[in-house]
Design a protein around this ligand. Structure first.
Ligand code: MG
Length: 262
């Protein structure tokens, strides 16, 4: 099942996508304020639209985004970093979220080096605390494409990641959530201006999704709608205003964002 959020004129709503059609849910927009809920399990309503007549919004508005550093061996190698013994966590603010075809704003007032990082993102379905790895799948609504945009110069300068990863527009995600993929073996590719720059299988992850969800849930409670960005493969590189970044994940689709200077 594909679940997205949409705008048509003044109306914002979540829907289930079937081919080129979008069906409303029984509730108008359950993915907009999921923090107030114990679980997210959308049900199909009766109204329908053509996908092409709708503006695509970020598929969910998370209370937090937990991201993983160095979760692919070759990416660790390209930065000459030793492999972590346990998942390396950092956070991106909810205010960084943008959707498919929204613009990434280059923070030229502070940074001279901004990179794309194509990643598989996990969307949480219900409140998760101290979850065992074998139960992790019960807490996952689905998966989406994610770009962990990073001011690389500030990441090096600050040591910790808050500023480098936290600028507004630095968390593009979408275009929608796919509930059915096998997160342990899908192809993830990133294209810069149409040229392939990253290509890997999620089977190359050091810590698989079930391990990440379990590990994080032993640190902090994951809420419905929260997002885990599972780390980027090798091949990261810089962007400049005017560039177009595409993150394509097998079975999900393609997230497209242009970089702008303001
Ligand atoms: Mg990353």
């Amino acid at each position: 099942m594909r679940i997205g959020r949409f705008r048509k004129e003044d109306r914002v709503f979540s829907g289930i996508i079937e081919g080129e059609r979008v069906f409303t849910l029984t509730e108008e927009d359950p993915l907009a304020r999921p923090i107030e809920r114990d679980s997210l399990m959308p049900e199909k309503g009766s109204e329908e639209f053509a996908l092409k007549e709708l503006e695509i919004l970020p598929p969910v508005l998370p209370s937090k985004i937990i991201a993983i550093g160095l979760n692919y061996r070759e990416h660790a190698d390209e930065f000459n970093k030793t492999l972590p013994e346990e998942p390396m966590l950092f956070m991106k603010p909810s205010t960084a979220v943008i959707g498919h075809e929204e613009e990434i704003v280059y923070p030229a007032h502070m940074s001279r080096r901004v990179d794309y990082e194509g990643e598989l993102a996990v969307v949480i379905s219900r409140r998760a605390k101290n979850v065992a790895e074998e139960d992790a799948h019960r807490y996952i609504l689905g998966y989406t494409c994610f770009n962990d945009v990073t001011a690389r110069d500030l990441q090096k300068k600050d040591v910790q990641y808050t500023r480098a990863k936290g600028f507004d527009t630095f968390a593009p995600m979408g275009p929608w959530i796919e509930t059915e993929i096998n997160p342990d073996n899908v192809l993830i590719e990133t294209y810069l201006n149409g040229e392939k720059r990253q290509c890997a299988s999620t089977s190359d992850m050091i810590f698989p999704v079930r391990r990440l969800l379990s590990f994080i849930s032993h640190v902090m409670t994951l809420l419905p709608g929260d997002v885990i960005a599972t780390g980027t493969p090798s091949g990261v590189g810089k962007v400049k205003p005017g560039d177009v970044v595409e993150v394509r994940i097998e079975g999900i689709g393609t997230l497209v964002n242009r970089v702008t200077s303001c």
